[in-house]
Design a protein around this ligand. Structure first.
Ligand code: ZN
Length: 388
């Protein structure tokens, strides 16, 4: 079977360095435990994690990945050069979201002060990352303050202005947990969507990660705005964050794509298995066995994701679009009349061949751009350094 390349709309590649930790934590506890470890990361650690993370994505049929990177080791923004280099080595498209945090613990934020940056430094670096890496095709830069509980309103406003000056997309985490909702109500007296609206963010150039806790009026409002949501069902399940209203959001006009999220909250690190998880989650939420069908799950992972990222040149197998194509192994699909049902509901599988812009990235299941065993060895050595 042949499909369009899968589009991963939300990831944190650096988190591959901290897999297997905090396995019984909710989001805030998980972050509180991991921030100090992430604070010890070096640029080379992020590079090693990105190479393995992008390799695993490519092998699972992903041809475009959005990486939301908000951890800048001691202000060294060459970390974005490392991410771009890793994408070039592996050969898939990267939507490089220049993430940021400027609200440390001493100012009422969740992250410790030593992992946040200064507002002016963030804005100057974002301009520079756009200049250094944005080509609009293989590497697309996005402006992406991290989340309402780690960023100041000033940074949100300035980031939106900066993105719009350059005609770039905006990205952030929103409405992931009820803790976030409580935090926004306590600090600002507003729900997260109202907060974002006040900051001038609710427009068609925004896609957010998770988007779980919206009420009916918010769903309609976001649909009318041409909003996008990166649905990350496995990460949401692991952190007990809740279940995204995918069916309602799509019906209201919101673009919904799928996201793996970081490998510290979804240790599979592959996109293909998210199709099945998205289908299961939508059905459990609606208590309806036909709430989301296999072709819907495939559509979210391809067209839906491309729409979130603003890529009308990706996500479908059509003349005139870029040749991002996945050939799936057919050995165990030959007995199934509907191969899409087999792909979505069947076992986790790796792609046989993956092409990006017509060029092979994976052939006969083998990654062509790098030696995966060597990448894994390097990553393991670096990750073990961080063990307590
Ligand atoms: Zn995330």
């Amino acid at each position: 079977m042949i499909t369009a390349g899968l589009v991963n709309t939300h990831h944190h590649l650096f988190q591959w360095m901290t897999r297997g930790r905090c396995v019984g934590c909710n989001l805030f506890d998980w972050l509180t435990e991991l921030y100090p470890v992430w604070g010890r990361l070096e640029v080379e650690d992020v590079h090693a994690a990105a190479l393995v993370g992008l390799a695993e994505l490519a092998r699972s049929g992903c041809t475009t990945a959005a990486d939301h990177h908000y951890l800048v080791p001691r202000g060294d923004d060459t970390v974005f050069d490392a991410l771009a280099e890793a994408a070039t080595t592996i050969g898939i498209r990267l939507h490089l979201a220049r993430g940021s945090m400027d609200l440390g613990e001493s100012s009422g934020g969740l992250p410790p002060d030593h992992v946040v940056e200064d507002l002016d430094a963030i804005l100057a670096s974002t301009e520079s990352v756009i200049e250094r890496h944005h080509d609009g095709e293989r590497i697309v830069v996005t402006v992406a303050p991290c989340s309402p509980f780690s960023v100041t309103p000033e940074l949100m406003r300035e980031s939106a202005a900066l993105a719009r000056r350059h005609g770039l997309k905006l990205h952030t985490h929103l409405a992931e947990t009820l803790d976030e909702e409580r935090d926004a109500l306590e600090r600002f007296g507003k729900r997260p969507v109202d907060l974002l609206d006040d900051l001038g963010w609710i427009e068609g150039d925004l896609w957010v990660a998770h988007g779980i806790h919206f009420d009916d009026a918010e769903v309609d409002r976001l649909g009318a705005a041409g909003f996008g949501v990166a649905h990350c069902p496995s990460s949401n399940a692991r952190l007990a964050a809740g279940m995204c209203r995918v069916v309602d959001l799509e019906a209201a006009g919101v673009s919904v794509g799928l996201g793996v999220d970081g490998a510290a909250s979804n240790e599979v690190g592959a996109l293909q298995s998210e199709l099945r998880q998205a289908l299961y989650t939508a059905r459990q939420r609606a208590l309806r066995a036909d709430a989301l069908m296999p072709p819907d799950a495939l559509r979210l992972a391809t067209e839906g994701g491309a729409r979130c990222l603003g890529r009308d040149d990706l996500g479908r197998l059509e003349p005139g679009l870029r040749a991002d194509v996945v050939v799936w192994p057919g050995d165990d699909l030959r007995d199934i009349a509907d191969p899409v049902a087999g792909l979505v509901l069947g076992p986790d599988r790796l792609a046989r061949h993956v092409f990006v812009g017509g060029g092979a990235v994976v052939r006969d299941g083998e990654l062509l751009g790098a030696d995966l065993a060597a990448l894994r060895g390097n990553l393991a050595g670096r990750a073990r350094r961080l063990w307590p």
